[in-house]
Design a protein around this ligand. Structure first.
Ligand SMILES: NC(=O)c1ccc[n+]([C@@H]2O[C@H](COP(=O)([O-])OP(=O)(O)OC[C@H]3O[C@@H](n4cnc5c(N)ncnc54)[C@H](OP(=O)(O)O)[C@@H]3O)[C@@H](O)[C@H]2O)c1
Length: 272
């Protein structure tokens, strides 16, 4: 497993996304992934699978401190009191004594930046979580948040070859922070891309492995692909020894397009 060092956090660079994994499947996939070597699980209160993720985690003999667990607080719970209640519920459902990272899932125009910052800091001060961060924050909002003095580890945003995040990635890199790439496989869309298929064929790898390697090669990028299938889970994990050339990187860097964004709910902020 590759790790990224941010602040004093050692974060497994490849995590398991769990959105849309629910019930028994969520528990089984988490257990299978951990047995294969995954050491980073991404969940959220809104995914309604924290209890199953927790039972998957607690059903293995892996030590709690060897697994990185991120959860997120939904945008309707960002006021300090509700935020802490949400994190407490996540802790209870996950059956954990602490979280590795708590993220604000989406910013809310109804909650001031100062209050969001206070909520993050309070969760950390209560030792509910080791680290904090945000998700779906455009650059102007991350800048404002950081000015309040909160030490965030990451901004988790949609990132795959079709969506340019170079400005965000470089801004975070310059401050020693990581970009966590959600929907890193563009929800499966990259599998049929002829240019990605060509690179995959060239290397004897799969499109998913090519894209995940491209993301992790960027140095301060964490990727959290979701899969419910054992073969896909294993494939996504087995990218440590493969090498992309500069030419491969150039091709992948050139696939971004203006309409590349997939996740854009009506409560999304104004994107950069
Ligand atoms: N912060 C946010 O607002 C936010 C938003 C969206 C997502 N996320 C997080 O990011 C995670 C991943 O994003 P995502 O689920 O939207 O999309 P994704 O990981 O880009 O794509 C998942 C899709 O790719 C398929 N897949 C995975 N590995 C594959 C492989 N090796 N070969 C072929 N197909 C493969 C999966 O199917 P199978 O299950 O059949 O393998 C699934 O249909 C989520 O689960 C969640 O944890 C966060």
């Amino acid at each position: 497993m590759e790790y990224i060092q941010v602040q004093h956090a050692q974060i497994p660079a490849l995590g398991l996304g769990t959105y849309q994994l629910i019930g028994r499947e969520a528990r089984e996939v988490v257990q299978r992934a951990l047995a294969m070597g995954y050491r980073h699980i991404d969940t959220a209160s809104i995914y309604e699978n924290e209890a199953e993720v927790g039972s998957g985690l607690n059903g293995t003999s892996i030590e709690r401190e060897d697994v990185w667990i991120t959860t997120k607080v939904w945008h309707t719970n960002l006021k300090k009191k509700n935020f802490l209640l949400s994190v407490e519920e996540s802790l209870r459902k996950l059956g954990c004594g602490y979280l590795d990272m708590v993220l604000i899932h989406w910013p809310s125009p109804e909650v001031s930046m100062e209050e969001m910052v206070n909520s993050l800091i309070a969760a950390q001060e209560k030792d509910y979580t080791r680290f904090v961060g945000v998700s779906n924050f455009p650059l102007s909002m991350v800048e404002e948040l950081v000015e309040y003095g909160v030490n965030i580890v990451t901004n988790q945003v949609e990132y795959h070859p079709y969506l340019d995040q170079s400005e965000m990635r470089e801004w975070l890199r310059a401050r020693g922070m990581a970009l966590t790439a959600y929907s890193p496989l563009a929800q499966g869309k990259i599998m049929k891309d002829s240019k990605i298929l060509d690179i995959a064929e060239d290397l004897g790898k799969t499109p998913s492995q090519v894209v995940l390697r491209w993301l992790l090669d960027q140095g301060n990028v964490i990727a959290i692909p979701k899969s419910s299938r054992g073969d896909h889970l294993r494939e996504n994990l087995q990218i440590a020894t493969m090498r992309l050339t500069k030419e491969h990187h150039k091709i992948l860097d050139g696939l971004a397009r203006p309409d590349g964004r997939i996740v854009n709910p009506d409560f999304a902020p104004q994107w950069d």
